[in-house]
Design a protein around this ligand. Structure first.
Ligand code: NAI
Length: 481
């Protein structure tokens, strides 16, 4: 007779915020508390200016906040008093020591487990791994929780990975393809399944053992990223042969076994998850002496890196082999449309390469702040990581160069004015609605346009006068400038 009256979540990020808001929306009988160490983030969640942008999220938070949805830094309210506690903290790629650049850094997850063990002394709690973790993480969490000498508390550990995509988080959570729950105790699984059943059909709530659940999340991301790298590999063949990647993707995708989604050629995937989770899986494979498996999946990342590199090189090449002192406009900095998230965005890599080539950049993105854009480019150029001491970045020659060469501009027409080329880096819908004739007239000639997302009407742009380069379409006069 364990009833869920209160759910807590540790980590008020891109996953914790939207998932808990959805539970609050569909479970008015449950109080939902989201805890984070970061006071600024919690303040933002409690303000009119939420810390993340997701279509439809504002409305849900407005509706439930203060009723059964609470954002807090009060650990007791959110964790100690809750019946079910989700762990939704970040699990980035480790950037130091053993496994550097490959392994998932589980220090935040482990910290959560230790803190729960040290603070919860009575009763029963269900601990839910929401973060994406390597296989067997649940075992580590379980071992830590069991090592208290003065506690009567008991725990069930469940794995419940999140499959939402940024930019469509609300839609994905409202109507998920599936909810996956892995665990050892059927009673605990049922309790969590009952929460989701308030809005998700029972047949879509699937159960597996813990390890299948943890692994499924990594595999899902590998497969998704693999499709992007596959079509991007094809895009290079198209450019070399005269085939058109959009036509090939359409023809191939109409095969029901293959399907049409995730076959959009582009400048390469970004986001906080794909690369991290592939690295995580390949590291695991190597740990189990499965080198061929690791190499196979690692190819997905190599292809993505190459695609980004290829795009930057093409820009330089087409601009008569030098961008030094030329002004280029970059439209889009987020890693995809409808989000302000820039983590691992291809735009960061391309911009840093072009700054290295001494180009001046005007950058516009509808949702990303100037501070974020400058910080991202500086970090890449300084080989620094999130969490590294920021003050140090202020004084390096690389940062000086970024400050000198990069301008963030709030108006797209101002951004493009007087530049030699436009680079489309994110597939924002608004880019399709611009007056491209007006843009063209304000640019230096010849005016180049590199469509890294293949979203614009290229024949129309060519009619206007642009020199257009897109992904996976052969150039009309490849031998000439
Ligand atoms: P995030 O970085 O946006 O949020 C994590 C939050 O956890 C931060 O606000 C941080 O301050 C907080 N935190 C870290 N340690 C803490 C502690 N000990 N106590 C309290 N708060 C703590 O990360 P995001 O994007 O929400 O990802 C979380 C997990 O979900 C990761 O494992 C990620 O791989 C996974 N995931 C992410 C998806 C995405 O689209 N972003 C989709 C599916 C899964």
């Amino acid at each position: 007779n364990f009833t869920v009256k209160r759910i807590g979540c540790i980590g008020a990020g891109y996953v914790g915020g939207p998932t808990m808001s959805m539970i609050a929306k569909y479970c008015p009988h449950i109080d939902v508390y989201i805890f984070d160490l970061n006071q600024t983030r919690i303040n933002a969640w409690n303000s009119d200016n939420l810390p993340i942008y997701e279509p439809g999220l504002d409305e849900i938070v407005q509706e439930r906040r203060g009723k059964n949805l609470f954002f807090t830094t009060d650990y007791t309210e959110a964790v100690i008093k809750s019946d079910v506690v989700f762990l939704s903290v970040n699990t980035p790629t480790k950037h130091y020591g053993l496994g550097k650049g490959r392994q998932a850094d589980l220090k935040f997850i482990e910290l959560c487990a230790r803190q729960i063990r040290d603070s919860v002394k009575t009763g029963h709690k269900i601990i839910v791994e929401k973060s994406t973790v390597p296989i067997k993480t649940a075992m580590a969490v379980s071992r830590i929780l069991k090592t208290s000498s003065d506690s009567q508390a008991t725990f069930d550990i469940l794995s419940n990975p999140e499959f939402l995509a940024e930019g469509t988080a609300v839609k994905d959570l409202e109507n998920p393809d599936r909810v996956l729950i892995g665990g050892e105790n059927p009673a605990a699984i049922k309790i969590l399944a009952d929460v989701y059943a308030n809005w998700v059909k029972r047949e879509q709530i699937i159960q597996t053992n813990l390890w299948s659940s943890e692994l499924s999340k990594l595999v899902a991301n590998c497969f998704l990223a693999q499709r992007i790298s596959s079509i991007n590999a094809v895009s290079a063949i198209c450019e070399a042969t005269g085939a058109n990647v959009n036509e090939v993707a359409h023809a191939v995708g109409m095969d029901k076994r293959i399907g049409s989604r995730f076959l959009q050629a582009s400048v390469g995937f970004g986001g906080s998850c794909f690369q991290k989770d592939i690295l995580n899986l390949t590291y695991l494979a190597e740990h189990y002496h499965l080198k061929e498996v690791a190499d196979y999946f690692y190819g997905v990342i190599s292809m993505n890196d190459w695609q980004k590199q290829r795009f930057a090189q093409k820009v330089v090449h087409k601009l008569f082999n030098t961008v030094s002192s030329k002004k280029l406009s970059v439209l889009g900095f987020a890693f995809k449309k409808d989000t302000g998230d820039t983590r691992e965005s291809s735009s960061i890599f391309i911009c840093s390469k072009l700054v290295e080539e001494r180009a001046y950049l005007n950058i516009y993105d509808p949702k990303v702040s100037e501070l974020q854009i400058m910080d991202d480019i500086m970090r890449v150029m300084n080989d620094a990581y999130d969490g590294d001491f920021s003050a140090h970045l202020d004084t390096t020659p690389e940062s000086e160069m970024v400050r000198r060469c990069v301008k963030v501009i709030k108006d797209p027409y101002e951004c493009v004015k007087d530049t030699h080329a436009v680079l489309i880096m994110t597939e924002w819908d608004e880019f399709k609605t611009y007056d491209w004739k007006k843009m063209y007239d304000s640019m230096k000639k010849p005016a180049f346009l590199f469509d890294g997302r293949n979203i614009l009407d290229h024949s129309k742009l060519e009619e206007i006068g642009f020199d257009v380069y897109s992904i996976g379409v052969a150039e009309k006069n490849p031998a000439q400038w």
